[in-house]
Write a protein that binds this ligand. Structure first.
Ligand SMILES: [Zn+2]
Length: 274
């Protein structure tokens, strides 16, 4: 398999980040994955208004980690100011899933129809974006959210971080569709949700998806849980418009796949708007 953006590449990038921008950035680990990989957490800025961006919730969508790291480097290179704000980034929530999707290891719990390149879950074969404690009893079995909400260490780590930092807003980066899921019927309107989504539509060209109607689709999701728990905007941003491109090719054709010339300022726009 071609060498994609995986956990090793991320760790290398983090070292560089610490070396080059040591005054401006802090890098720690939020917790560990099922297989014991540290889940990196980057923080820039020190203001009271805290914002969160999460990537690679799904293993095969590792292009989102590559994307968020590039956004961050640009942000730091151009010395953008985060007046009164702090930006927290979890660039790879599901490192085991990323390694599995890149064919570097096997899940602990191997599904019967296992195809590495399509693998999105964690090593226990649980879909993290269906494992959060929001309408969890409505998560259908085929979404693979597990038998108990927040059973997975990666989901627990993200919940703990949110409980500690009380973010004003969150963005979760995925990879398929060039669109934004910004509201669900279970939560209804959350103040500022449409305005943020609209701003990102205008600047980055993402299509806004109608509010998610069915509990089977919005239950257990991170962004849905975040809206429920804090009544603050949380968006699921799906990068990559091309429906045909493979998940690994997204990394090789990176700028074209993610439409970088339009989307590359996403973190800055997010930080400015909130
Ligand atoms: Zn996804």
């Amino acid at each position: 398999m071609k060498n994609c953006y995986g956990y090793t590449e991320l760790l290398k990038d983090l070292l560089e980040l610490k070396e080059v921008y040591c005054q401006k950035v802090s890098v720690t680990f939020a917790s560990n994955s099922v297989r014991g990989r540290g889940i990196p957490l980057i923080k820039i800025g020190s203001g009271d208004k805290k914002l969160l961006a999460v990537a690679s919730v799904h293993g095969r969508e590792f292009v989102s980690s590559c994307f968020v790291m590039r956004c961050l480097k640009d942000f730091l290179d151009r010395s953008y100011e985060l007046e009164g704000k702090a930006l927290y980034v979890l660039p790879m929530l599901n490192p085991d899933g990323v390694e599995i999707a890149q064919g570097k290891e096997k899940p602990l719990n191997i599904p019967h129809d296992f195809k590495p390149e399509l693998f999105k879950n964690n090593s226990n074969n649980i879909n993290l974006n269906a494992n959060f404690p929001f309408c969890f009893h409505r998560v259908p079995k085929e979404r693979q959210g597990g038998i108990k909400a927040a059973s997975e260490p990666e989901a627990k780590a993200l919940i703990r971080l949110c409980e500690k930092e009380r973010f004003m807003s969150a963005i979760s980066l995925h990879a398929r569709g060039n669109c934004i899921f910004w509201r669900d019927l279970g939560n209804g309107r959350v103040k500022g949700d449409y305005e943020l989504a609209k701003r990102l539509e205008e600047s980055c060209g993402f299509e806004l998806i109608e509010p998610t109607q069915k509990a089977q689709d919005y239950s257990g999701g991170f962004e849905n849980w975040f809206r429920f728990r804090y009544r603050k905007p949380a968006l699921c941003v799906e990068l990559v418009e091309d429906e045909e491109i493979s998940f690994s090719d997204m990394c090789f054709n990176f700028e074209e796949a993610v439409n970088w010339s339009k989307t590359g300022d996403l973190l800055k726009i997010f930080a400015d708007f909130c």
